[in-house]
Design a protein around this ligand. Structure first.
Ligand code: PHE
Length: 453
């Protein structure tokens, strides 16, 4: 265990954790989730979820990794021999996410290049599904889409190259460059978007509170779901990253910084996206709510339209926007792949080079599936099931196991308190042993009801 890699500095770890947290979820998921679940009123459940589940779970995962010095399967085994499966399950979810997350980053790469000439033309959706992804050509389903293939290979070269270089020289260094760059690029986008005609309308639509929704269980489920995905908790990632921390570090403070940095970026993304949507609505003479969208459509169909309509320097705006998606995506992808690379390495006692080659190589090969004609439909389905079942269930088992079966909350609290400035009170244990399991349990029940009934 002595030769376990270590972060070069505390800032390096925090940057990597923030890099994992800030991802596509912040940019293309949060704005629409907030808007659809009460706009300005959504911030109440959202903040509540951040404080009762997000940050407490981050503290928990940071402390588990730090205390047990292993990726999730090893750390859970050290807590209780029978619970290795839980770690592998989380690692498995990360693996699946990695296979399609890489593809989305690859699309962003292509679109960054397309931005120069707006190669997508006027019918951006037609270009996306018909020409670029070739979804609407079932006759050829399964054959490779050449436009996607090259960027996808490039993504894997970058990610695996960084992982080969190791924790300090690879992951830490990459995040220390990519995250500050991302913040600068994104700030430029937001400022530009705010100066466009219609931006104010967009912001009004985003922040307009709809208090009627506040008592709706669905809104609370959405808030917790967003926090879990956005903070990368329940995926074994934060456990792996914190296992590389040196003995002395302020775990609790690290978690607060990560949580607040992620939410700040999320808010910034909401402002930028809605200002841009307000501009587009004004150009087309329709109300803003008619153009709200999220995910693949927002990024690869609506944003290209916005870019088309910009009065000046639209190519540059496109490069900044897709560049941000690439950076946010890459730093998250690195963390997801590292999670199973570390798991494989510890389980089979192989070198880092071997586990990156085998684990990362396998994920890369599987990701080729989504680069085929019709791959988008496949991606959508996998993403849906991972979000509906994988995430909440893995998080639920984690808190129930730690709090109720292994009864680890008190020892973990002592561990964190001994090295952290902020001392954890009973509130922390109550959040994890009672509030979070109830919410996650309800989330699971709700998902099952929606899907099965
Ligand atoms: N947190 C990242 C986001 O907001 C996504 C992610 C999910 C990263 C799961 C790692 C694991 O997009």
């Amino acid at each position: 265990m002595d030769n376990r890699p270590q972060w070069g500095s505390r800032a390096g770890f925090v940057m990597a954790a923030i890099g994992s947290a800030i991802g596509l979820g912040n940019i293309w998921r949060f704005p629409a989730v907030a808007y659809e679940n009460g706009g300005g009123a959504f911030f109440l459940p959202y903040l509540f979820a951040l404080l009762t589940a997000g940050i407490p779970l981050l503290i928990l995962e940071f402390t588990i990794g730090h205390k047990y010095k292993g990726s999730a399967p090893l750390s859970f085994t050290r807590i209780n021999k029978g619970s290795q499966w839980l770690g592998w399950w989380q690692v498995g979810i990360s693996f699946v996410i990695a296979t399609y997350y890489a593809v989305i980053v690859a699309w962003a790469m292509s679109y960054a290049v397309f931005s120069f000439k707006q190669s997508w033309g006027n019918d951006t959706t037609g270009f996306l599904v018909g020409e670029y992804l070739k979804v609407a050509d079932p006759g050829k389903a399964g054959s490779m889409v050449p436009g996607v293939l090259i960027p996808l290979i490039l993504v894997w070269i970058v990610v695996l190259g960084i992982l080969f270089a190791g924790v300090k020289k690879g992951i830490e260094k990459a995040n220390k460059i990519m995250i500050p760059t991302l913040v600068v690029l994104f700030l430029i986008i937001v400022i530009r978007a705010l100066t466009l005609d219609g931006a104010v309308e967009g912001l009004n639509t985003f922040f307009q509170p709809n208090w009627n929704t506040i008592l709706d269980g669905k809104v609370w489920v959405a808030a917790y779901g967003q926090i879990f995905f956005s903070l990368s908790i329940g995926f074994a990632i934060m456990i792996t990253y914190s296992s590389y921390l040196p003995k002395k570090t302020d775990l609790t403070n690290n978690a607060f910084i990560t949580g607040f940095a992620n939410s700040s970026f999320e808010l910034l993304a909401g402002i930028g996206v809605f200002a841009a949507l307000g501009f587009m609505a004004a150009q087309q003479g329709v109300p803003v709510d008619k153009v709200v969208s999220s995910g693949v459509i927002l990024a690869f169909s609506v944003f290209p339209q916005i870019i088309n309509e910009l009065p000046a320097l639209n190519g540059l705006f496109g490069v900044l926007f897709f560049g941000s998606l690439i950076l946010a995506g890459l730093t998250s992808l690195i963390s997801i792949v590292e999670t199973f690379v570390a798991g494989v390495q510890e389980k089979f006692h192989v070198s880092r080079t071997k586990s990156v080659t085998i684990g990362g190589g396998l994920a890369a090969i599987i990701s080729l599936l989504y680069a085929t004609q019709g791959g988008l439909n496949f991606l959508d389905t996998v993403d849906y099931f991972i979000n509906q079942f994988g995430v909440a269930l893995a998080g639920l088992f984690e808190v129930v196991f730690i709090a109720w079966f292994a009864k680890q909350l008190k020892p973990l609290q002592n561990h964190a308190d001994a090295i952290s400035d902020i001392k954890l009170g009973a509130w922390w244990r109550i959040c994890l042993s009672i509030i979070t399991p109830i919410v996650l349990g309800y989330m699971m029940y709700d998902n099952l009801r929606q899907n099965l009934l």
